[in-house]
Design a protein around this ligand. Structure first.
Ligand SMILES: *Cc1c(COP(=O)(O)O)cnc(C)c1O
Length: 482
């Protein structure tokens, strides 16, 4: 017997196992509703089922798949369950998964135009399509002074925006010679934590992030922003960056972008608008009011990987002045020099992000948009909003629960009248049942339950069943405490 010369999976075997994998995923889509939504394992349970050492010799693929069922599935929280109402959706769809598979199959590195022209040009085209689909300001188009790029996450988009703001405010001096520690940024206590993290990573210091007061709807108060900026200028700081949220993670609060934008324009401060989940709603004309004033923004992002049926990762990040971003992030080592880049006729997306390498993520977006069409996407977004509104109506009419924040779209914040402990017990009981999954936030210092409708397969009966179970859990908790 001679030694084998290759250990690779042959294309024929790949075909066989690939078909089996697609079957597995299709079966999963059919049965995910019957699995406990929140994984019920304890810390260490999954590792305890894994061998201590990696295999010396290769194993049959069928054995690996058997362990997916035995070891992995119990430790999966089923984000794709129609009964997943927690955090925010991370929805996916058939065309997105197939686009992801194709991206892996092509295995392209799209750092420069020349390393795979289709990777860059399809991405530019999809970003321009999204501007039209959401009716975003035309300045975000590649044919204007701006343009869009796919980032891995909204957090990365925020970091890139903050870095560009920092450079613009310092006349591009900080990249060269380091910061002075006198630059300030503005958000609210409701803003996503990625802004604070970006301040840390950018070396601007999280002490220099000002948390501007919010109003009764948890939205930023423009008068408080203006006052804070004036106070900082008087103290010798350089205000550089404001992050406005269109749909905060906690309660879906929508900051008044127009009033904030007017202040930023007057004060020459970079305005970033973070619409990570809620931006998708603008596919529908009746929800486009959420973007009122967006023409004042220097940058904007939303996540097709939350609510637009495109699996993680896919954040759409737009800038009004691409030169500011590229001048901030561009570096050209000798080994990447090439004629196309030199000609200036192409986009090299590695200059629009933190890492050098990048995947062919535009494929899944292209597949999703072509499969659903604009009308198909609108249909499902409308249905999610309708179901969340129906749920909010039931909560408001109930004796035991209140809606405690405006619910303009697909997220409802609500609370049982029994106080924090009762709400915690209701939530624990529901999540341990495995029948649905929801999470909480704190609003005005009080524990608040959140229900988000955004899963691909969530239908009216799932939301109705969730409301029945929430009422049952509340009754059980009340009886127990009596
Ligand atoms: C979810 C969310 C984020 C973070 O998104 P990532 O893509 O995971 O970084 C940022 N901002 C808002 C408003 C969010 O809802």
């Amino acid at each position: 017997m001679s030694e084998p010369t290759s250990f690779h999976m042959s294309p024929d075997d790949f075909r066989t196992f690939g078909h089996a994998m697609v079957d597995w995923i299709a079966d999963y889509q059919e049965r995910v509703e019957s699995l406990p939504v929140m994984s019920q394992v304890q810390p260490g349970d999954i590792r305890a089922m894994l061998p201590a050492a990696p295999p010396e010799t290769g194993e049959p693929f069928a054995d690996i798949m058997a362990d997916v069922d035995r070891v992995i599935l119990p430790g999966v929280t089923h984000w794709q369950s129609p009964n997943f109402f927690a955090y925010f959706p991370a929805n996916t769809s058939g065309p997105a998964i197939l686009g992801e598979l194709l991206s892996a199959g092509l295995g392209v590195q799209g750092m420069l135009w020349v390393t795979s022209p289709a990777c860059t040009e399809l991405e530019t085209h999809m970003m321009d399509w999204l501007v039209d689909m959401l009716d975003l300001p035309g300045i975000f188009k590649s044919t204007s002074t701006g343009g869009g790029v796919i980032q891995d996450s909204a957090s990365s988009a925020t970091l890139c925006a903050l870095l560009a703001a920092r450079e613009r405010a310092s006349s591009f001096a900080i990249n060269r010679s380091g910061g002075t520690g006198r630059m300030t940024a503005y958000a609210t206590a409701q803003t996503h934590s990625s802004v604070e993290k970006a301040m840390m990573v950018a070396g601007m210091g999280r002490e220099h992030l000002r948390l501007v007061d919010v109003d009764a709807t948890f939205a930023m108060r423009p008068d408080a922003l203006a006052a804070q900026i004036a106070q900082d200028r008087a103290a010798g700081f350089t205000p550089a960056f404001v992050c406005a949220s269109v749909g905060t993670t906690s309660s879906n609060a929508i900051d008044p972008v127009r009033a904030i934008g007017e202040i930023c324009r007057r004060e020459q401060i970079w305005l970033h608008v973070d619409a990570a989940m809620s931006g998708t709603a603008a596919l529908c004309p009746e929800f486009r009011w959420i973007h009122d004033g967006l023409e004042f923004a220097d940058s904007y992002c939303f996540n097709p990987h939350k609510w637009m049926f495109t699996n993680f990762d896919c954040d759409a990040f737009f800038v009004a002045d691409r030169k500011a971003l590229i001048d901030t992030l561009s570096i050209l080592p000798e080994y990447l020099r090439n004629e196309a880049t030199k000609s200036g006729a192409v986009i090299d997306y590695r200059d629009w992000q933190i890492p050098l390498g990048r995947r062919f993520r535009a494929l899944k977006l292209w597949f999703v948009i072509r499969h659903y069409g604009i009308a198909g996407l609108q249909h499902h977004v409308r249905e999610h909003v309708r179901l969340a509104q129906e749920f909010a109506g039931w909560v408001s009419e109930s004796e035991a629960f209140d809606v405690v924040a405006p619910a303009p779209l697909n997220l409802v914040c609500f609370r049982h009248r029994g106080g924090d402990t009762a709400n915690q017990q209701i939530m624990d009981r529901l999540n341990l049942s495995g029948n649905l999954y929801l999470t909480h936030t704190k609003l005005d210092g009080k524990l608040t339950l959140r229900l988000v409708v955004g899963q691909t397969s969530t239908r009216a009966e799932h939301v109705a069943a969730a409301w029945m179970q929430i009422q049952d859990a509340a009754a059980a908790v009340t009886a127990q405490r009596a």
